[in-house]
Design a protein around this ligand. Structure first.
Ligand SMILES: [Zn+2]
Length: 314
């Protein structure tokens, strides 16, 4: 028998009545600049000195077939998350201190959405860490991301601050065909104050969405933009929000900031989790305390379904 896991009023779109703050005027995590994501075929990409070179694209990226996508979501290559889930780790203590609470919040949301084990381990692994399968590693650095001159292959991550200003980046590895086997992300410290608080121009809402956005890239989520125009993304019907994976990152601009947008990002994450064999509860129906299901009004279960309720496996 199931019980309600998520039943807060916000899940039902009541925040739509609130005045919605405008997205912060940000030149862009990515914006009109370079993309902020890529992929490799191997898991153990590591720093050699101050530089990590990401040279090989996974076979899935080179496949002729376009990766799956839907309204407001798009995969960048791999189509499956490992059914065993994954653990998110941090490079150093500063990364734990600055990013920890955002990463934990994103991980909790990823657990909710995918039904997979997504754990957070706050013991720093060190910058020389060789990442194994089943892990996502994240760190904060000044100017860490060096995009390739063209395409998404040939990224570098640097530790000497010489990367593109105001650019964070996230990558997934696919050492098993079609599967996200590990990932890593680098958050530009320029988005924070010297003592690790969100900078005044970004703020808390932006920062939550920013971390969820980069973690989305570590799971093979692509940008959800409809065109090359920055911010040109579909808008949701429950409060006008755009996908977390829109660039620049808009997402929820209210207390739900940092959670994956139900109509959009969540659909991509569910596709990835299902691809790996995860058992996901159906959407668009309520499992009440008596175990009875209530259909969503109008039977809408595909796009625009506004009620998201989960049954808890015992
Ligand atoms: Zn991005």
């Amino acid at each position: 028998m199931g019980t309600l896991l998520q039943s807060s009023p916000s899940a039902f779109g009541t925040d739509a009545k609130r005045p919605e703050p405008a997205p912060p005027a940000v030149a862009g995590v990515t914006g009109s600049g370079p993309d902020d994501f890529g992929a490799t075929r191997t898991d153990g990409t590591a720093f050699k000195g101050d530089v990590m070179s990401l040279n090989t694209a996974p076979a899935s990226r080179m496949a002729a077939a376009a990766p799956p996508q839907g309204e407001g979501w798009k995969l960048s290559g791999a189509t499956k998350l490992p059914p065993t889930g994954y653990t998110i780790k941090f490079y150093d203590q500063k990364s734990v201190d600055w990013l920890g609470r955002y990463v934990k919040a994103s991980a909790a949301d990823l657990r909710r959405v995918t039904n997979l084990s997504v754990t957070v381990d706050t013991t720093p692994v060190g910058w020389d860490y060789v990442r194994p399968k089943g892990e996502v590693v994240i760190g904060v650095l000044k100017g860490p991301c060096v995009p390739p001159s063209g395409g998404n292959t040939g990224w570098k991550v640097v530790r000497d601050g010489s990367g593109t200003a105001n650019l964070s980046c996230g990558f997934y590895a696919s050492s098993v065909p079609s599967t996200v086997t590990s990932g890593h992300a680098y958050i530009d410290s320029e988005f924070f104050t010297a003592d690790g608080k969100p900078s005044a121009s970004r703020g808390e809402t932006y920062t939550r969405n920013h971390i969820s956005h980069e973690l989305g890239h570590t799971l093979s989520l692509d940008h959800a933009n409809r065109s090359a125009t920055p911010g040109d993304c579909v808008k949701g019907s429950d409060s006008g929000q755009q996908p977390v994976m829109c660039t620049p990152a808009y997402a929820y601009q209210d207390k739900r900031a940092g959670t994956y947008v139900q109509q959009f990002d969540m659909q991509g994450l569910r596709h990835l989790a299902k691809g790996g064999g995860a058992a996901l509860p159906p959407q668009g129906r309520v499992t009440g305390l008596a175990g009875k299901c209530l259909d969503v009004k109008g039977g809408k279960t595909v796009n625009g379904t506004q009620i998201q309720l989960w049954t808890v496996p015992k």
